[in-house]
Design a binder for this molecule. Structure first.
Ligand SMILES: Cc1cc2nc3c(=O)[nH]c(=O)nc-3n(C[C@H](O)[C@H](O)[C@H](O)COP(=O)(O)OP(=O)(O)OC[C@H]3O[C@@H](n4cnc5c(N)ncnc54)[C@H](O)[C@@H]3O)c2cc1C
Length: 412
C-alpha cells in the first residue's frame, strides 16, 4: 500500500524533510502544507534583502516546479487548523481533511509582541517572514529614525538594516549589554562599538514601557521605563518566538516550552514527528533536552525526522549548531549552546577579537567567537567528542589554539 506522509510547514525543516522523504520513499505520497504564499526561501538572507543589498530572486530556494518535479503536493496559503491523531488526519482552514500515515509538524514560531500599549501600531515591525522583510525595507528606505528592541541575534539584524539604510536608530536594551546571556560586558563592547559605527546607539537599562502613536495610529515614539522618549518613524521588535503549536491542542503531544521529541524527532504520540525551531529535542551530546533556533539545525532535524518516518530509528540527531553574523567588518560566530553551562572561560584579544566558551561538567557546550573564527572546528570537535577539557582553560584560550596541546583524553 502507498504510504502517505504529510508535513506541516515549508520552512527549512519541513522542506528538507520533504526532499529526504522523496529520496528514501520514491513511491510514497508526500504533501507539504504551508500558510505562507510562497514556497521555501532563505530566511537567513531576508535581512540582506531588507538592507537593500539583495534583490528578491536569490532569496528564493525552491520555486513551485521543484515540488512538481519531485511529485510533492505543495499546498500554499493553506493553514492547518486541527490534527486528529486517532483518525490520522489534519484539517485545513478550508475544511479539507488530509489523511496521513506519518505526520511531521515543522511549524516554527511567530515573533512575540511586546506586552505594552500600542504594540500593534502601524510602523512597528516584527521580523520573521519575507513579507515582514519587504515591509521593513519599505519603512527603512523612507525613514530617518528608528527604535530597535530585543538584544539578541534577530535584534542585531534590525540594527544592521538601519545602518545599511542610513537610518539613525536607538537600540533599547533591558540590561547593560547586548546578548548578555552569552557574552560578558567586555565581549559585548565590541558589538556596541560596531553598532555605533553604523549609526545605531545602544541604550542600556532601557526597554519599552509604551509606544506613542499619531491620530492615524502610526508610531511616533517609544517611551522607556525610565520615562525617556525616543521619536521614531518605525520600530523593530525582536524579543523572542511563540512556537506555532496551537494545532497540537488536544492531541496529547507533550510540550515543555517546545514540542518534546527524542533523538529520532519522534513525539510521544504515535506517527507524529516534529522538527525545527519548535522542538525541545533530546541532545545526545549534552545528555539532556535542549533547544536551538538555527537554520542548519532545523535542516538536519527535518532530514533526520524524514529518515525515521520511513524507517523507524534509522537515524539520530547529533549536531553542533552554528549561527554567524556578517554585518560588521569582523566575523561573529555562536555555536552550540552558549547560554547554558556551569562554568566559562573568556578572553578579549583586541578591540575586535574575543572568545568565550561555555562549559558543563568540564565539557565545552557552546561558545562565541568574535574576530577570529579559526578555532571553531577544533572547539566543535571537542564538543562532539564530549571531551573533558575544563581543567585546561589556558590552552583553550591560547590565541592560536591547537587541540593537540591538550592532555590526551582520559578514560571516562
Ligand atoms: C531574519 C532572520 C534571520 C535569521 N538569521 C539566521 C542566521 O544567520 N543563522 C541561522 O542559523 N539562523 C538564522 N535564523 C533562524 C532560522 O531562519 C530558523 O532557525 C529556521 O528558519 C527555522 O526553520 P523552521 O523550518 O523550523 O521554521 P520556519 O522557517 O519558521 O517555518 C515554519 C513554517 O510553518 C508555517 N506554519 C506555521 N503554522 C502553520 C500552520 N498551522 N499551517 C500551515 N503552515 C504553518 C509558517 O508560516 C512557516 O512558513 C534567522 C531567522 C530570521 C527570521
Amino acid at each position: 500500500m502507498t504510504q502517505s506522509f504529510v508535513i506541516i510547514g515549508d520552512g527549512i525543516a519541513g522542506s528538507s524533510a520533504a526532499e529526504t522523504l522523496r529520496e528514501e520513499a520514491p513511491d510514497a505520497d508526500v504533501t507539504v502544507i504551508t500558510d505562507e504564499g510562497e514556497s521555501l526561501y532563505n530566511r537567513i538572507l531576508i535581512k540582506e534583502f531588507a538592507k537593500g543589498k539583495l534583490p528578491e530572486a536569490p532569496i528564493s530556494i525552491h520555486d513551485e516546479s521543484w515540488y512538481d518535479e519531485r511529485d510533492i503536493d505543495l499546498r500554499l496559503n493553506t493553514l492547518v487548523t486541527d490534527i486528529d491523531p486517532e483518525a490520522h488526519a489534519v484539517e485545513t482552514h478550508e475544511d479539507e481533511t488530509i489523511e496521513y500515515d506519518k505526520l511531521l509538524v515543522a511549524t516554527g514560531g511567530t515573533p512575540t509582541q511586546l506586552p505594552v500599549e500600542n504594540s500593534d501600531a502601524e510602523g512597528i515591525h516584527h521580523f520573521w517572514t519575507f513579507q515582514d522583510a519587504r515591509k521593513i525595507r519599505e519603512s527603512a528606505e523612507s525613514a530617518d529614525d528608528a527604535v530597535i528592541v530585543g538584544a539578541g541575534l534577530l535584534g542585531i539584524d534590525l540594527a544592521a538594516i538601519c545602518g545599511a539604510q542610513g537610518v539613525e536608530a536607538k537600540y533599547l536594551m533591558r540590561g547593560n549589554a547586548w546578548w548578555r546571556y552569552a557574552l560578558s560586558e567586555s565581549g559585548a563592547e565590541i558589538m556596541h562599538d560596531a553598532m555605533r559605527e553604523i549609526g545605531v546607539e545602544p541604550v542600556f537599562e532601557s526597554g519599552v514601557d509604551r509606544f506613542e502613536v499619531d491620530d492615524g495610529g502610526r508610531i511616533v515614539a517609544a517611551v522607556d521605563p525610565n520615562g525617556d522618549r525616543y521619536e521614531c518613524d518605525w520600530a523593530g521588535v525582536a524579543i523572542g518566538l511563540n512556537f506555532n503549536t496551537e494545532i497540537l491542542h488536544g492531541t496529547g503531544v507533550k510540550q515543555n516550552d517546545g514540542v518534546v521529541v527524542d533523538q529520532h524527532m519522534r513525539t510521544n504520540v504515535d506517527d507524529i514527528y516534529a522538527a525545527g525551531d519548535l522542538t525541545r529535542f533530546y541532545d545526545t551530546i549534552l545528555g539532556e533536552y535542549a533547544q536551538n533556533g538555527s537554520w542548519g539545525s532545523a535542516k538536519e532535524q527535518g532530514t533526520i525526522a524524514a529518515k525515521n518516518m520511513v524507517e523507524p530509528e534509522s537515524a539520530e540527531f547529533r549536531w553542533v549548531s552554528s549561527y554567524s553574523i556578517t554585518h560588521f567588518d569582523f566575523p561573529f560566530l555562536s555555536f552550540g549552546h552558549p547560554t547554558i553551562g556551569d562554568d566559562e572561560v573568556e578572553r578579549k584579544y583586541s578591540d575586535t577579537e574575543y572568545r568565550r566558551l561555555a562549559l558543563k561538567d568540564g565539557k565545552i557546550v557552546g561558545g562565541v567567537l568574535i574576530g577570529d573564527l579559526a578555532p571553531q572546528s577544533a572547539y566543535k570537535r571537542l564538543m562532539r567528542e564530549e571531551r573533558v577539557v575544563g581543567d585546561q582553560k589556558e590552552i583553550l584560550l591560547e590565541k592560536k589554539f591547537d587541540a593537540d596541546e591538550l592532555a590526551p583524553p582520559q578514560e571516562q
